[in-house]
Design a binder for this molecule. Structure first.
Ligand SMILES: Nc1ncnc2c1ncn2[C@@H]1O[C@H](COP(=O)(O)OP(=O)(O)OP(=O)(O)O)[C@@H](O)[C@H]1O
Length: 361
């Protein structure tokens, strides 16, 4: 389902212009992230989609149809909505929380609970948690239940307002991965609000950067916004390290893979004054053997120093640079998808490719 904002303005009764002539199309089956500093009108924009806020001027269209026509309660029931702290009903069990919309839509209790149990599984929580109350769950689990409840509406549109902001960074990353996994199966049209540019870049097919005063500053793919910020506001919002972030999208074509001297664990190795990479019988890296190491008997893992990150050939160039810079030997280990060693990259060559690519800056 596409969502179109056509010249949408929202002025609150006290005169605050929260959103100013917003024009933007959210494409079907994509994640669009509204990102920007506090108070720039992200939440107001989101809530105009399900009519929790009514625009002062302009229209919001769902698949070409003005949301202002028809019953707002019905509209809301048909659009999944997830908020920070999950907003679960404290006195209802997890299962009944998830079943809220099916029950409102007239499903009988048994069928609604069965569906809720399926959804628990889909979002990766054990079915036993269904009997608990929200306070008996961790913050991350509560957010997952919030997502399950929104999915229960079984609608093509999902609105998510800072859904992962209240959990710690590790749980947050899990939740983000889970959302991407779900989306690859469900293909919903998702509008996601955050003030965190990293989250926006990670999740968004498109990113809408907004500025205070409710104006859209830039709308494009994450790569676009990072590489070609339209003005100083966007440039400073996406951050000084945007060049590095942008490397996540840059192909590594042209990066040279050099030969690398390998030694195998369990075999005896002659002396050498260079760094050598130790591999197992599958040719997967196990660590580095420093120059001039003396190894008595067969090479064991105890003789090695830990390696840096690995770069899987074919993935973006940022991984190649990370591998080269994190390697104790200054040689970034290049592997195939089964993590078998293909060779090595050096930072200088990777940087030459980056500098020679016009979009990289
Ligand atoms: N009910 C309201 N009455 C008056 N002003 C409001 C109301 N709701 C929001 N605003 C104002 O509208 C502007 C946009 O608010 P909104 O919540 O949409 O921003 P936001 O980008 O989501 O911010 P945050 O990231 O802090 O949640 C702000 O200046 C806010 O103070």
């Amino acid at each position: 389902m596409t969502i179109e904002f056509c010249d949408v303005t929202k002025q609150y009764p006290d005169g605050t212009v929260a959103v100013d002539k917003l024009n933007l199309t959210v494409e079907d089956g994509t994640i669009t992230v509204f990102v920007g500093p506090s108070g720039c009108g992200k939440t107001t924009s989101l809530r105009m989609i399900n009519r929790m806020v009514e625009p002062t001027a302009g229209q919001v269209l769902l698949d070409g149809k003005d949301v202002a026509e028809g019953d707002p309660a019905l509209l809301r029931r048909g659009i999944g909505y997830v908020i920070q702290h999950a907003g679960l009903f404290p006195h209802r069990t997890v299962l009944d929380n998830i079943a809220t919309v099916p029950l409102l839509s007239g499903w009988d209790k048994g069928k609604a609970r069965k569906r809720a149990a399926e959804l628990l599984e889909i979002i990766g929580l054990p079915v036993e948690l269904g009997k608990r109350y929200p306070a008996q769950l961790s913050g991350g689990q509560q957010q997952r239940v919030g997502v399950a409840r929104a999915l229960a509406a079984d609608s093509p549109v999902l609105l998510m307002d800072e859904p992962f902001s209240a959990v710690d960074p590790i749980v947050r990353e899990d939740l983000q991965n889970e959302l991407l996994r779900l989306q690859s199966q469900l293909g919903k049209t998702i509008v996601f609000v955050t003030h965190d540019i990293d989250e926006a870049v990670r999740l968004g097919d498109k990113v809408a950067v907004m500025r205070v005063g409710g104006k859209l500053a830039q709308y494009g793919t994450p790569a676009d916004v990072l590489r070609h910020p339209v003005d100083d506001f966007v440039a400073s919002f996406v951050g000084r390290d945007r060049g590095y972030r942008g490397l996540s999208f840059l192909s590594a074509e042209g990066v040279e893979v050099n030969d690398l001297e390998l030694v195998e664990i369990g075999t005896s190795v002659p002396a050498s004054d260079g760094w050598r990479l130790a591999v197992n019988t599958e040719k997967q890296p196990r660590g580095w053997l420093p120059p001039n190491s003396t190894v008595d008997g067969p090479l064991s893992e105890d003789d090695l120093v830990a390696g840096g990150s690995l770069w899987v050939r074919g993935t973006p160039i940022r991984g190649a640079l990370d591998a080269a810079l994190s390697s104790p030997a200054s040689l970034g280990v290049v592997v195939d998808e089964e993590h078998r060693v293909l060779g090595a990259v050096v930072a200088r060559q990777v940087l030459d490719v980056i500098e020679g690519t016009p979009q990289a800056s």
